[in-house]
Write a protein that binds this ligand. Sequence first.
Ligand SMILES: [Mn+2]
Length: 170
Amino acid sequence: MKIAVISDTRDHRDNILRAVSIMNERKVDALIHCGDYVSPFVTKWFDKLNDTIKKNFHGVFGNNDGEITFLREVLGQICNFTKNGLEHVLEIGGKKIFVAHFPRPETIEALAVSSNFDIILSGHTHKIVNEKKENGVLVINPGEACGYLTNKATFAIIDTDRMISEIIEL
Ligand SMILES: [Mn+2]
């Protein structure tokens, strides 16, 4: 299965639309957003995802998501949030996945070495991490889709069969 992972989209309309069209073209099976959407109106752009992806669209909130009530109400129509909205534990393509916007590096490391999850996803730092640990665990930060801090707008596509992740520039 192919899982797209995106983070820190921060209302960047053009990059979101570009990412969505690549996800549709590449026929990914699922999408995980690692937080910092910012405004609920991003729903309008994510709504262009094909139906398969929309049925398998999961997200967590970030520290810049102020309007959580309305994000939950509007984006929540196509994106699955947990009750607290801050963490997700998912199973996709037979892989156990942990998602949070800004776990501390120590937490990510502890989760990775525990082998309790196959894939650990986070965002927030705007820095790409594409790492495969010795125990086969993937630790991924897709970087920033907005490109505001690094001038490099990216997201990731994970192939769960091969357990590799590709970074895609927008
Ligand atoms: Mn953040």
